[in-house]
Design a protein around this ligand. Structure first.
Ligand SMILES: Cc1cc2nc3c(=O)[nH]c(=O)nc-3n(C[C@H](O)[C@H](O)[C@H](O)COP(=O)(O)OP(=O)(O)OC[C@H]3O[C@@H](n4cnc5c(N)ncnc54)[C@H](O)[C@@H]3O)c2cc1C
Length: 329
C-alpha cells in the first residue's frame, strides 16, 4: 500500500488512529502536478481550497509527487493479535463491544472474522479454518493495556496471542495484511454504533456457521481523535462514525462474486446503524462520488475540480469527481 493513495483517502492507521486521528490531518504540504501541467507546492497558505480537497478527494485533483507529514514520538507500543477459535466468535464480539465502550483514545482496536481457505500461503493455525482475530494497539503502559483488553482474553483459551510490547517497526504485524498481490474485492460501511443487533446481523451473514465465503470481515473502532476536527480541515475523515465494518473476499472470480453479494446483503441489513457512507479508502467497486462523499463535501470538491481540472483529466478512481460547470472555487 502506498502512502500517497492511503493519505489522499484519509488514512486510517490501525496503530495511531484513535490517538492521533487521520493521516490527512497531519499533512503539512503537498507537491502536486495539476491538470495544467504546473508543479505546485500546496499548503494552507498557498492554495487553501486545493489543500482542503487533495486531503480526502483522492486522486481526482492531480498527481502528488511528495507529501510533508507530522511525525509522532512513538518508538514502541503494546500490541499484536489474539486469535480465537470459531466457537468464541459471539463471546469475542460482545467482549469487544464492552472493551470499546470505555476505551481511552490511546487504544486502537479492531476485531476480524477470518475465513481463510486451505491453501499453503495461509500459515497454520489459520489455514482452512474460521478464526477470530482481535487486533490491538495501545500507546500507554503494559499494565493499563492488560487491564483494558482483559475481557477479550477472558472469553477462553486463544489459539495464539502475540500481544505484547513491540517496536513500532513491527506495526504491520498487528493486522497481518498480506504483502503479496492477490485478486480481491472489498467494501465498507461506517456505523454510528455497535449494538447487539449489529453483532447478531454480522454473525448471521458472515459468522462461522453462516456458510459465507467472505475472507475477512473487520469491525474497527473509530471515534477518539478520528472524530475530532483537524487543525486544518480537509475533505477527509468520517468524524461522525464510531465504527467501520469492512469486508473483503479473496480468490477466483466466482468466489469473489459470492463474497461480494454476501457483503452487500450484510451492509443492507446494517442500514439502520450506518451513516450512509463507506470509508473513503474502502468504497465498493461500483461506488460513484455521490456514494462516497457527503453532499456538501462533494459540492465543494466539484467547485475545486472545476478550478483545477475543468476537463476532468484526473478520473482514475471510479468515484470520479466531475467538475461543476459555472462555478469557481
Ligand atoms: C491489505 C490492505 C490493507 C489496507 N489497510 C488500510 C488501513 O488500515 N487504513 C486505510 O486508510 N486504508 C487501508 N487500505 C486502503 C488503502 O489505503 C487504499 O487502497 C489506498 O488507495 C491505497 O493507495 P495506493 O497508492 O497503494 O494504491 P493505488 O491503487 O496505487 O492507488 C489508489 C488510488 O490513489 C491514487 N494515487 C496513488 N498514488 C497517487 C499519487 N502519487 N498522486 C495522486 N493519486 C495517487 C491512484 O490513482 C488510485 O486512484 C488497505 C488496503 C489494502 C489492500
Amino acid at each position: 500500500m502506498g502512502v500517497v493513495g492511503y493519505t489522499l483517502g484519509g488514512g486510517l492507521s490501525p496503530v495511531l488512529g484513535r490517538t492521533y486521528g487521520w493521516a490527512a490531518d497531519h499533512v503539512r504540504a503537498i507537491d502536486v502536478v495539476t491538470a495544467d501541467g504546473a508543479l505546485r507546492h500546496v499548503t494552507e497558505q498557498s492554495d487553501p481550497a486545493l489543500f482542503w480537497g487533495l486531503r480526502g478527494g483522492g486522486s481526482n485533483l492531480g498527481i502528488v509527487t511528495s507529501l510533508e507529514l507530522d511525525l509522532f514520538p512513538v518508538t514502541t507500543f503494546y500490541g499484536g493479535g489474539i486469535f480465537h477459535p470459531a466457537e468464541h466468535a459471539e463471546s469475542v464480539l460482545h467482549a469487544y463491544r464492552q472493551v470499546v465502550e470505555n476505551a481511552p483514545d490511546e487504544l486502537t482496536i479492531s476485531v476480524a472474522l477470518l475465513n481463510f481457505p486451505p491453501i499453503p500461503e495461509v500459515p497454520e493455525p489459520l489455514r482452512g479454518r474460521f478464526t477470530v482475530h482481535v487486533r490491538v494497539a495501545y500507546l500507554g503502559s503494559d499494565t493499563e493495556a492488560e487491564e483494558l483488553i482483559a475481557p477479550l482474553r477472558a472469553v477462553g483459551a486463544p489459539l495464539a496471542d502475540t500481544v505484547g510490547r513491540r517496536g513500532y517497526d513491527t506495526f504491520a504485524e498487528v493486522h497481518q495484511d498480506p504483502t503479496d498481490p492477490a485478486p480481491y474485492e472489498d467494501c465498507s460501511a461506517l456505523l454510528t454504533d455497535l449494538t447487539p443487533e449489529v453483532i447478531a446481523a454480522v454473525l448471521e451473514r458472515v459468522g462461522p456457521t453462516s456458510g459465507s465465503v467472505v475472507t475477512v470481515l473487520e469491525i474497527r473502532h473509530l471515534a477518539g481523535a478520528l472524530s475530532r476536527e483537524a487543525r486544518l480541515p480537509s475533505a477527509a475523515g468520517a468524524r461522525d462514525a464510531a465504527f467501520m465494518v469492512w469486508g473483503t473476499t479473496v480468490g477466483p472470480p466466482e468466489v469473489v462474486d459470492a463474497g461480494t453479494a454476501g457483503m452487500n446483503t450484510l451492509l443492507k441489513d446494517l442500514t439502520p446503524w450506518t451513516t450512509g457512507l463507506p470509508h473513503q479508502n474502502f468504497p465498493s467497486r461500483e461506488a460513484v462520488a455521490a456514494d462516497v462523499f457527503a453532499p456538501d463535501a462533494l459540492a465543494r470538491l466539484q467547485r475545486i475540480k472545476q478550478q483545477y481540472d475543468p476537463q476532468n483529466l484526473f478520473r482514475a478512481h471510479n468515484h470520479n469527481i466531475a467538475p461543476a460547470p459555472g462555478h469557481t472555487a
